[in-house]
Write a protein that binds this ligand. Sequence first.
Ligand code: NI
Length: 258
Amino acid sequence: MIFDTHCHLNDEQFAEDYMEMIEKAKLNQVTQIAIPGFDRASSLKAIAIAQQVKECYAIIGYHPNDGIHVTEESYSELAELAKQPKVVAIGEIGLDYHWDTTAREIQAQVFRAQIQLAKAQKLPIVIHDRDAHADVVRILQEENASEVGGIMHCYSGSIEMARTCMDMNFRISFGGPVTFKNAKRPQEVVKEIPLDYLLVETDSPYLCPEPHRGQRNEPAYVTFVARKIAELRGMEYEELGAATTRNAEQLFQNDRTI
Ligand code: NI
């Protein structure tokens, strides 16, 4: 059994076939899928899919690249939506210094506001960190995010930073890049993460793992991520699947339906 903890079935690339993707995932023992929002429409879509499909859960929030569109009303709506059935976390939120489509000050402000909102709703948070490691950690510390904890999604930082995040009650999630030949750092770091803190994800439709690199990613492919991590850690695939699934269930257990 595998839990894909980060899969954008709410992306328009899946508009026509997300049900097919869920069925294919189930045939591959991918039994649960968490769908993160990145803006208003995608958060609403995540909730709609989660409420329609037993195996899916919704994560709602504003991605840093969409920070420019966030208003005060966005936060009050998000707080209301957070009370909906099957909403298990706030995300994906954080900082993105790679694309820089939203000014860094606005990204930080939207990130902080959503951490505060998650704390008020007692929901964990899912962190997007692209080329912004130091500032992400500083803001998590300053906002006392350890109160809710959450997930460092598609982790790309050092083992030292991972330890700091784990001390703050965060799980470390790995996706497709861990299967790439040139991905030395995540391949080293993934071996050092205590099993209780490890999660797997696809970030579909992006970051497709080997041997399908470059194609549209899908939840069934989380099995390639899990197999590679099991191989790197020298453990059984089934054991890794069971442990990461249990970790995800514990993290999301806030939700009455899990
Ligand atoms: Ni994502």
